[in-house]
Design a protein around this ligand. Structure first.
Ligand code: ADP
Ligand code: MG
Length: 383
């Protein structure tokens, strides 16, 4: 890939690139709809992601080009920027804007991006492009950012410049992921542990349902509001900042305070899912991959029945996986209502899996899903 991108860069810009960087996308292995409830999530970096190849120019401009999009831009180097519109280059432009508040960018740059990760499907290509840009500028200009500042800055760009109200998980995972490790991250305190996640004979299959995520935003906001309602009702008796301060046993003592049946279902998912992350970390620690897989299925079931964020497409994928003998665990990943599912698939079965799943899915849903094979990879780096 490096050689191909070098060649492309030279064709486009008429000069050789001086730097190459890569930042992965991420999947959340377990712990879904937990980040805004102050609990535990378990993301890992994947081996698909975003490349950035660059060289300085003498014209005091930033040139943005992506092999994934037609739009391109040449923007003068200025002390600050505002969002130009919906174009993709606002993601890296927002990183410049944020960094320019405290740092000097001394020269113009020619930039070429390329992502082999599905874009807009819940694998966090947005965090990937933000972090690769921040990592590259910090590295190339020796800006001296502390490690944690990179994901925090990238999150700020997504929240304030782009206007998407995401938590820290995605930027954190793509910056700090490690091969064959998962991150157990407390979304409230930002304390985290890197844990061994040796998949042994298994791979990560990532299945993009290809369902347009039309409802995603409004339904997501609805779930956030429902969790808030649960929290304020529980706070009649106890003092909580987040739902995930309760484990299942403590929750059972106070759940009668939640008046609405739907809200009770949502809160029950959150509490149990948070418990499942602890159980999943223990399963990994014990090297018990089948138990980990079982928890993935349980997570999906809860997201389907209690949280109601799956939909026919994600359910079809997980139903297929459940019946397929070479998968030991599967679940939706991301916010749901479309997007991607992940499965732990036995090595060597990739082709058979793809063929049978495609037949099943087309028959059930009417159009194909896209299947990607990945391992657990490393976070942001120069390459
Ligand atoms: P997700 O993060 O789930 O992939 P988002 O909608 O949050 O989806 O972010 C996708 C957006 O990020 C794209 O529409 C584009 O603006 C930007 N982006 C991601 N990867 C690239 C890339 N390789 N080149 C250009 N823009 C990209
Ligand atoms: Mg995103």
């Amino acid at each position: 890939m490096k050689a191909e991108l070098t060649k492309k860069f030279s064709e486009i810009y008429g000069q050789e690139p001086t730097q190459h960087y890569f930042t992965p996308g991420r999947v959340n292995l377990i712990g879904e709809h937990i980040d805004y409830n102050g609990g535990l999530v378990m993301p890992c970096a994947v081996t698909l992601g975003t490349w950035l190849v660059l060289a300085p120019n003498n014209e005091k401009v930033i040139r943005f080009k992506s092999l994934n999009f037609e739009e391109e831009a040449t923007i003068e180097l200025k002390p600050s920027y505002t969002k130009t519109g919906p174009e993709w280059f606002n993601y890296p432009l927002g990183v410049f804007n944020e960094l320019l508040k405290d740092h000097d960018i001394p020269t113009g740059l020619d930039l070429l991006f390329y992502g082999d990760i599905p874009i807009g499907s819940g694998l966090s290509s947005s965090a990937s492009i933000e972090v690769v840009m921040a990592y590259a500028l910090n590295d190339y200009f020796n800006l001296g950012l502390e490690r944690i500042q990179i994901p925090l800055l990238a999150q700020k760009v997504e929240n304030e410049f782009i206007g998407v109200n995401c938590g820290i998980m995605d930027q954190f995972a793509v910056a700090f992921g490690e091969a064959n490790k998962a991150i157990v991250l407390n979304c409230d305190t930002l304390k985290y542990k890197i844990v061994d996640c040796n998949l042994g004979d298994y791979l990560l299959a990532i299945i993009n349902t290809n369902k347009p995520r039309k409802l995603a935003e409004s339904k997501y906001n609805e779930r956030v509001a429902e969790c808030k309602t649960a929290l304020s009702e529980l706070n009649q008796e106890i003092t909580l900042n987040n739902l995930c301060e309760l484990n299942s046993e403590k929750f059972a003592l106070h759940s009668h305070l939640i008046s609405d049946e739907t809200v009770l279902k949502r809160a029950t998912h959150v509490i149990k899912e948070n418990d499942r992350v602890n159980l999943a970390a223990k399963a990994l620690n014990d090297g018990n991959l089948p138990e980990f897989g079982r928890l993935m299925y349980a997570s999906h079931q809860s997201l389907k029945d209690l949280y109601e964020v799956t939909g026919a497409e994600l359910d079809a994928v997980v139903e297929f996986c459940n019946d397929y003998e070479h998968v030991i665990g599967a679940r939706m990943t991301g916010a749901g209502f479309g997007g991607c599912a992940i499965a732990l698939l036995k090595k060597g079965q990739e082709e058979d899996f793809a063929k049978k799943l495609t037949d099943f899915y087309v028959d059930r849903i009417g159009y194909p899903a896209a299947i990607y094979i990945s391992e657990i990879g490393n976070g942001a780096s120069a390459i």
